[in-house]
Design a protein around this ligand. Structure first.
Ligand SMILES: Nc1ncnc2c1ncn2[C@@H]1O[C@H](COP(=O)(O)OP(=O)(O)O)[C@@H](O)[C@H]1O
Ligand SMILES: N[C@@H](CCC(=O)OP(=O)(O)O)C(=O)O
Length: 371
């Protein structure tokens, strides 16, 4: 048994995420039988003294049939109407189902602002910690009815990774309609399941695509992105089929396991690197990329070749390489209007009041990239 699997099997606090495709029927309604089976596995784990936070999708899917909508709507307003109806059905079904085990559920609907803004992040942290201390099972979803296109998480895999760090979980289990990550389309007989992802190189050359069910949102792509985020923050991750929930939440001997970084990232660095919204971009030359990513140095004006966005000193920005890939995120020390006349110039050419780092090393989080 790998270290990741034993960490998940022995975790005291777990975030379990279940996707729409595992909870709803193709005709657009809640599949209560499958929901009950999932709750059985969670209740079993709770009985073994693990605190569980459940991130559940399915609101939009569950709202389709009651509103006589045949297929998943494409426009935001109808999706929000469906989520409004479906979330109620979903919450009711969970309350009933967990009630079979005398477990109480608490509904937590989050918008991206709740994790993107530092003060809200701490507020959400307090709510989860209180709910768990009181013995309730928090059931989380995005607050779809009020989320606008601009501020949407859009997929609950990312939300689950952020919640896993926020609640200090010892593991993240992503349950779907597919039993793990495959090296190609899982419906093709030629594709093989990958059981362990120990490093970024294990992800090279894989054909990871979107959803085929028409119900899920991000497909395997968003699950892998979420798994990489959580793993980089020090949280072990398992991707498995919802049908295999008893094993996934038991000995964790199924699915695809992602090895986690050995150190837990601090809340501030995680927020900076993965949760905070960014207000702009700084384009770095190759030397500056090496300095900030490899040598963990501060970013100086001399290594910046371009600036984009509308930010002020203290905002979070993305640092991109000459090919425009994001290599780091950090807190910028200048307003966007100040930078054009500073960039490309060495410190000794600058007036004394502007001789400071553009992004200080302590305020900078290099990001792992897929090659
Ligand atoms: N390489 C891959 N390995 C596994 N599944 C993949 C892969 N590429 C695409 N997929 C698709 O991703 C789907 C799971 O994502 P999605 O439908 O969004 O699930 P959920 O609703 O659980 O979030 C699978 O059913 C499968 O069709
Ligand atoms: N918040 C949306 C789910 C969005 C989503 O990520 O869905 P999925 O890809 O099925 O996990 C809903 O409840 O329908």
């Amino acid at each position: 048994m790998s270290e990741v699997r034993s960490a998940i099997a022995g975790a005291r606090r777990l975030v379990v995420k279940v996707g729409s495709s595992a909870l709803t029927t193709a005709s657009g309604g809640l599949d209560v039988g499958r929901l009950d089976a999932l709750v059985d596995a969670i209740a079993d784990r709770v009985a073994r003294e693990t605190q569980i936070v459940l991130v559940s999708s399915g609101a939009i899917g569950a709202g389709l049939a009651p509103l006589s909508l045949g297929v998943r709507p494409k426009d935001l307003a109808t999706q929000q109407a469906a989520a409004s109806v479906g979330q109620l059905a979903l919450a009711h079904a969970y309350a009933e189902s967990f009630g079979r085990y005398s477990l109480t559920v608490g509904q937590v609907l989050l918008t991206s602002n709740d994790v993107v803004r530092r003060a809200h992040y701490r507020n959400a942290q307090r709510t989860f910690s209180r709910l768990l201390a009181l013995g309730a099972v928090p059931v989380v979803n995005e607050n779809d009815t009020v989320a606008t296109e601009e501020i949407r998480f859009g997929d609950n895999d990312r939300l689950a990774a952020l919640v896993a760090h926020l609640v200090g979980a010892d593991g993240l289990v992503l349950l779907s309609d597919v039993d793990g990550l495959y090296d190609g389309d899982p419906r093709s007989g030629a594709s093989r399941k990958i059981t362990e992802v120990a490093s970024e190189s294990d992800l090279e050359g894989l054909a990871v695509g979107r959803s085929s069910s028409g119900l899920g949102t991000g497909g395997m792509m968003s699950k892998v992105a979420a798994a990489r985020t959580a793993a980089a923050a020090g949280i072990p991750v398992l991707i498995a089929a919802a049908e295999e929930a008893p094993s996934a939440l038991g000995d964790a001997g199924v699915g695809t396991a992602f090895t986690h970084a050995s150190n837990r990232m601090s809340a501030r660095r995680f927020w900076l690197g993965y949760a905070a919204g960014s207000q702009g971009r700084l384009v770095l030359d190759d030397g500056a990329v090496a300095a900030v990513v490899r040598h963990r140095r501060s970013l100086l004006a001399a290594g910046i070749v371009g600036v984009d966005g509308d930010f002020q000193a203290g905002d979070v920005v993305e640092l991109v390489n000459p090919e425009q890939s994001v290599v780091a995120r950090g807190v910028v020390a200048f307003d966007v209007t100040e930078l054009p006349e500073l960039i490309g110039r060495s410190s000794h050419e600058l007036p004394p009041e502007q001789r400071r780092e553009v992004v200080h090393a302590d305020d900078l989080v290099p990001l792992r990239r897929r090659r």
